[in-house]
Design a protein around this ligand. Structure first.
Ligand SMILES: [Zn+2]
Length: 128
């Protein structure tokens, strides 16, 4: 099942054509667009061939509609937050790492925290 995602600030839909679309900014302050897989625990990402983000870079994720940063420093400076609509149209918070190459997603589900990826240990204490 594909989940739908919303910007927490303007509540625009971020899904398009089976991907989630973000505006992003790398550590050189160069902006571009990034597509992510909407399936939790899938970490394929696409950017334009002319736009580069290096492994380990901290990427600024920005809503492509309202241009607000999606950073979630109230949890951890490396985490980003979006809102997920599940199949029953209930809203849940989803956090993921903004560090290129890190596999780390937290879904704050109604029946408890769901954890995806190999790099969640370093953030787990900040989410609980
Ligand atoms: Zn927005």
């Amino acid at each position: 099942m594909e989940h739908n995602y919303l910007c927490p600030k303007c509540r625009s839909n971020l899904n398009l054509h089976h991907r989630i679309i973000f505006a992003v900014e790398n550590e050189k302050k160069e902006r571009g667009l990034m597509l992510l897989d909407p399936r939790l625990g899938h970490y394929d990402s696409e950017t334009h061939p002319g736009y580069h983000i290096l492994e380990g870079e901290k990427v600024e994720f920005i809503c492509p509609v309202c241009h607000v940063s999606l950073a979630a420093p109230e949890k951890h400076e490396n985490l980003v937050k979006v809102i997920m609509f599940d199949g029953e149209k209930k809203e849940h918070d989803v956090y993921f790492s903004r560090v290129k190459g890190e596999k780390c997603t937290f879904w704050v589900a109604p029946d408890g925290l769901k954890i995806f990826g190999d790099d969640t240990d370093k953030y787990l204490n900040y989410i609980k």
